[in-house]
Write a new protein. Sequence first.
Length: 224
Amino acid sequence: MKIVVMVSAIAEWKAVKKIFPQLEIIVSPYGDMAFLNHAGWDLTLYHSGWGKIASAGAIQYIIDHDRPDIIINLGTCGGFEGLTNLGDIVLVERTFIYDIVELMGDLNIVEYYASSLDLSWIAEPTPHPVRRGILASADSDLPPQKVSYLKSQGAIAGDWESGALAWVANKNAARLLILRGVSDLVNEEAGEAYDNLPLFEERTLMIMRKLFEQLPDWLSCVKF
């Protein structure tokens, strides 16, 4: 089985290299990649880059070039205060993109780029506790003034990449599992990690370590 693990943000990939210092980095068209045997599982790791553009391009490249059986995106997200807790692992069931503005017609952009992920290939119960839910994506950290709107759309957290990854995966009928750990909380007034990059990097290392520790159990739940 060909398994690709995509890591998006710079801080997330920096954490992966700390967790696995033995990685031999190879340069791909979309950035660093490496091969890793993790608890008996052969993985191809990609640092796909942050934001919608890098994510969409990278996942299509991976689908075409690697032809993986499974793509897994491991990373962080900002959780909405009152709906999530620090360290929660979000199992993403649906995504939508909220930073596209259309002023000339009545096209429902949010719905057009919304994606539901088919997770029927993962056996129940899940091997670790998760928060199942909707993730909002944009090329932006979560603006506090938009938190109320995003919560009204059912989102429990937000990130930069999941919306693009899910949309392209669905177009290719590719199996995609997105697991995002809540690294920081955002409310209608502020985000605790804003203007505090060291805090984000510290928590990112903790989240990525937890996700990779749990990954073999998730892989054991895959139904063939």
